[in-house]
Design a protein around this ligand. Structure first.
Ligand code: PLP
Length: 444
């Protein structure tokens, strides 16, 4: 039950009920009410809740050692998880550094890039170009690279100004270009920005291959990905993929980069990598970047909890479960089912203006007008209302009003990868019920 007395604070006071337990795709509160975890929390619980094999492995490690400082001992869970991670990522990415979350992963990637540049005599390179809108985390370094004004505003005087280019929101464009040409148009913005800033000052380009909370499962046209890689190569700019949300199978491949056969120079992962069983993240990088840094004296970076054996045993069990249960291919197949169901909503709800995503990272966006893609009036508070109406009915979804950093209500539907077709049906039936209630309430 909700307890009014609480010493805790997060973004705001928390009116939610107490969680009792998780079972697969379901979460159950202390009153016994069941919720479908339609967003895997914040796109975290990729293998569902209370997986017995993962819990067993964590307990086994717990009985041996819960912590061993990485400078005092090597541990099997961390070495084995690093090896498994390399085996599951595309060829060419073969060095791993562990962290405890997404913001730490992003900052670690940037610091590795900078230290590598120094070993190459490129000390003039320090700018990291990122996109607007984007979300890369809440710590100061990650916030510098995040393109979302409401989160940045209070801290702007304390943040280094890093260059931004537009995220490829082609679904809003009303030009006569093909999707492929639009993809190239957005990629060229990177080239223009590098030239404007001075190529010898630009260290890296950081992007979410598929947008998360920032753009709501935004997938760029295919042409975008290859052209961005080419542009980075042309100027010796390192390409960093933020796969904190998209990694670990969420989009139907281990890394989203694999959809376009792109090998980034560094990849940041978290969320589904520990899948809610441990606070865990990683960067995976090309050996050619890491080795010179180690030769030059070492990576000047690290966190106390990095690579701790308990978290790594959880991560290893999660990756084994993904592999042994064939969950990545399953995510791709269930993603197709979910996408069909979400597209069908557009027949009944004229205020759904776009449906998008890949694998089990999907989203729909509300509009006042499908032709102009004008958003619903802010006063309707649609992003919050639909979430509440779904929650009341036992479905958890994730929403933001962030289009262009200022407007547009989008809703992420990203259930655990273990979801079945029947459970997608169950989830959609609650979602339709919530949409009906929203339409009635908003007079749409
Ligand atoms: N990068 C992306 C793409 C994310 O979605 C998030 C979290 O939502 C982060 C980074 C930050 O991760 P964390 O909240 O674990 O620090």
């Amino acid at each position: 039950m909700t307890d009014a007395r609480s010493y805790l604070f997060y973004q705001s006071r928390n009116p939610r009920p107490f969680l009792d337990r998780g079972e697969g795709i379901y979460l159950i509160d202390e009153a016994g009410k069941r919720y479908i975890d339609g967003s895997s929390g914040a796109m975290v619980s990729n293998i569902g809740h209370s997986n017995p094999r993962v819990l067993d492995k964590i307990k086994t490690q717990m009985d041996k050692a819960t912590f061993g400082y990485r400078l005092h001992f090597r541990t099997h869970p961390s070495e084995d998880l690093a090896a498994k991670t390399v085996a599951m990522t595309p060829e060419g990415l073969d060095r791993v550094f562990f962290v405890s979350g997404g913001s730490e992963a992003v900052e670690s990637a940037v610091k590795l890039a900078r230290q590598y540049a120094l070993t190459q005599g490129q000390g003039t390179r320090y700018k990291v170009i990122s996109r607007f809108p984007s979300y890369h985390g809440s710590t100061f370094g990650a916030l510098e690279l995040t393109g979302y004004d409401p989160l940045r505003k209070p801290f702007v005087p304390m943040l280094a100004a890093m260059p931004k280019i537009a995220a490829p929101t082609t679904y809003l464009d009303r030009d006569n270009l093909t999707e492929e040409a639009r993809g190239l148009k957005y990629a060229e913005m990177l080239r223009d920005k590098i030239l404007e800033e001075g190529p010898d000052t630009v260290l890296a380009f950081l992007m979410e291959p598929i947008g998360g909370a920032s753009t709501g499962a935004l997938v760029a046209p295919d042409s975008y990905y290859a052209r961005v890689r080419e542009i980075c190569d042309e100027f010796g700019v390192l390409l960093i993929y933020d796969e904190v949300m998209t990694g670990a199978g969420r989009t139907g491949k281990f890394l989203a980069a694999e959809h376009w056969d792109i090998t980034p120079d560094i990849v940041a992962m978290s969320k589904g990598f520990g899948a809610g069983y441990a606070p865990l993240g990683a960067i995976v990088a090309r050996a050619a970047l890491v080795e010179p840094v180690l030769d030059a004296g070492g990576f000047l970076h690290g966190f106390t909890y990095a690579g701790n054996p308990l978290a790594c045993s959880a991560g290893l069990a999660v990756l084994e479960e993904l592999e042994e249960q064939g969950l990545i291919a399953h995510a791709a197949a269930m993603g197709d089912v979910l996408m069909r169901e979400l597209r069908a909503l557009m027949d009944n709800y004229p205020f759904i203006g776009d449906v998008r995503g890949k694998g089990l990272l999907t989203a729909f966006e509300f509009v006042a007008n499908r032709e102009t893609m004008e958003p619903l009036p802010k006063e309707l508070d649609a992003h919050a209302r639909l979430v509440e109406l779904a929650y009341e009915r036992g479905l958890i979804i994730y929403s933001r009003r962030t289009r262009g950093g200022t407007s547009g209500d989008h809703f992420l539907i990203a259930p655990p990868l273990i979801i079945s077709e029947a459970q997608i049906g169950e989830m959609m039936s609650i979602l339709r019920d919530a949409l009906d209630a929203f339409a009635a309430e908003a007079g749409l």
